[in-house]
Design a protein around this ligand. Structure first.
Ligand code: ADP
Length: 542
């Protein structure tokens, strides 16, 4: 017997409908690309996204067509998402930090028909326009007063394009499993692969993250996704923000410490989220200026491991609760959040920070396990590490156009490519990406742990650890350090600092100092490139 409940498909536009009905006056406040701050209500956002849908359909966009966005976090980008998806077309977020060749590859692979782009990216797209022939029209996210002269095909200012419609439109109706969004993973090896989100997966994922044990969003919150919409669905905040009725703050193109500080303070942001590099910038700014954080309550940090020193600074010096989270593009993207369960509520100081170093436990709708290379499940003892595998309604089952073949094992688990431990309380901790772990004498050394420790040294701005070939041990760790401005740390002081805090055989064999460390388009340390840079390097004693 089937249940006798209504058929109410989980479609993304229902989120903005709800926000407009229940929280119609609540604002979305953006730092515009043109410069000034801009404010608009959820009610108006909904009207304008309906116009986007109507106008796109007049341009011939249909169910299943791909429409690309190359844009920072602003209200216009948000409207585009809801408008594109509300028509049954697919928003394809293009990460502007990718190399030109990768952008060309993914736009062609997706066969995007329209490209919405911010003013910032007009020169870059003009350069490659001839090589992305599927794009019929370029819509610049600005008004006619700011539209530069451009060679882009059928270019138009977004506001003019939108004004050609009256918004008298009904959202399309379709199955909740219809594709809604497309995001390519940067793919450290091979070509980028497209992850295709459905309406259902995006709605469920947003619902998963609203509760207190995750983002904890409610109408009283002011939430600012610093994490870009083009980085794995902005960790769902473009959906969970409106769904929860929170005020939203969109930081636009300026993500340096001073600009992030300014918008956090002036807009009274209570909750925010981004990768560690953004917070390194903010904390450096706070240290230089001695300014306080007056309104911020919670900061979500993920994308790469949140260094312990970062958590301690936020919590001890600024009274901000740091919540570590982990995920990946293939998981929509959140897979775990480090909320403190009541049985651990007594933990204080170092013991609490030890817990907060972990990436957290899986909320409802994510299943996880660790397994050895044979596929046997490993115990949750906080020590045994293995390959981290996941399942859930917002986890990919294959890539766009079948790229990469079969990606689930025979029991339906997706291998994340990460190596992790899980403790008796369910808290998972990433040891490393499987390809970055250092294999020394048959044992594994976690590059993340070493980097974390080195970052606690007062003279260190950034740290990376890679395995370098060693005649006896196979591989040994090399510590690569970017010193803080005006600081001059040396090898001995660094090693002395690390001594006693890790097993002896984990100690790096050497320390080198460099002016910068390369990052990927999503802010991760580019280990492959570092290994390439140091391929001629030999340890002094080896
Ligand atoms: P890419 O940057 O390759 O496009 P993602 O942004 O999807 O892909 O990156 C996912 C990977 O980032 C995870 O598999 C994991 O290795 C790493 N990662 C994400 N969050 C964390 C975290 N909190 N701690 C450590 N590693 C993390």
């Amino acid at each position: 017997m089937l249940g006798l409940m209504q058929d109410w498909p989980l479609l993304i536009h229902r989120i903005i409908d709800h926000a407009a009905k229940q929280h119609g006056q609540r604002q979305v406040i953006s730092r515009s690309i043109e410069g000034p701050m801009h404010s608009i209500s959820y009610g108006e956002i909904r009207q304008r996204s309906m116009k986007v849908a109507q106008r796109l359909s007049r341009d011939g966009i249909r169910l299943g067509d791909r429409v690309a966005t190359l844009a920072w976090n602003t209200w216009r980008h948000l409207e585009c998402w809801y408008g594109i998806a509300g028509l049954g077309a697919i928003y394809h977020t293009v990460n502007p930090r990718l190399f030109e060749e990768q952008i060309i590859y993914i736009v062609n692979h997706a066969e995007d028909r329209i490209l919405f782009l911010d003013l910032t990216f007009v020169p870059m797209i003009e350069k490659i326009a001839a090589r992305i022939p599927t794009v019929e029209r370029f819509i610049v996210l600005t008004d006619s007063a700011h539209l530069p002269a451009t060679s882009l095909k059928n270019a138009v200012a977004y506001e003019d394009w939108l004004a050609e419609c009256d918004g008298d439109f009904r959202w399309a109706n379709f199955d909740e499993n219809t594709a809604a969004g497309l995001c390519y993973t940067s793919g450290t090896t091979g070509n980028p692969k497209g992850v295709v989100y459905s309406h259902r997966s995006n709605v469920l994922h947003a619902m998963m993250l609203i509760p207190k044990e995750a983002f904890g969003l409610s109408p009283g919150d002011v939430v600012m996704p610093v994490v870009p919409l083009f980085h794995a669905n902005s960790w769902s905040l473009a959906f969970s923000g409106p769904m929860s009725g929170s005020t939203m703050v969109m930081p636009g193109a300026k993500l340096d410490g001073a600009s992030v500080y300014d918008i956090l303070e002036t807009q009274k942001v209570s909750v925010t989220a981004a990768v560690p590099t953004v917070w390194l910038g903010l904390l450096a700014y706070l240290e230089q200026t001695g300014k306080p954080l007056s309104h911020l309550k919670r900061v979500f940090i993920g994308g790469s491991a949140c260094p312990r020193a970062m958590t301690e600074k936020f919590e001890r010096n600024y009274g901000v609760n740091v919540i570590h989270a982990w995920g990946m593009t293939e998981m929509s993207p959140v897979g775990s959040v480090c909320f403190v369960k009541p049985e651990l509520g007594e933990l204080r100081d170092d013991a609490l920070y030890d817990l907060k170093m972990k990436q957290g436990y899986a909320p409802f709708m994510v299943e996880m396990k660790i397994a050895n290379d044979k596929g046997d499940e490993l115990p949750w003892d906080g020590k045994t590490f293995g390959r981290l595998k996941v399942k859930g309604p917002a986890v990919a089952k294959s890539y766009f156009r079948g790229e990469g073949g079969q990606i689930l094992d025979e029991d339906g688990w997706f291998d994340t490519g990460d190596v992790a431990t899980i403790d008796a309380y369910g808290y998972m901790q990433i040891t490393d990406r499987a390809k970055d772990v250092i294999k020394s004498g048959g044992e594994w050394i976690s590059s993340i742990d070493l980097e974390n420790l080195a970052l606690g040294h007062p003279d260190v701005a950034e740290a990376a650890v890679i395995g370098v070939a060693h005649p006896k041990w196979d591989e040994r760790p090399l510590l690569i350090i970017v010193p803080k401005p005006n600081a001059n740390p040396d090898k001995d002081s660094l090693l002395a600092f690390m001594q006693g805090k890790i097993a002896k055989w984990w100690m790096p064999d050497d320390v080198v100092f460099v002016p910068d460390i390369p990052h990927t388009a999503t802010g991760k340390i580019q280990k492959m490139e570092l290994r390439e840079r140091f391929k001629e390097y030999r340890f002094p004693a080896a």
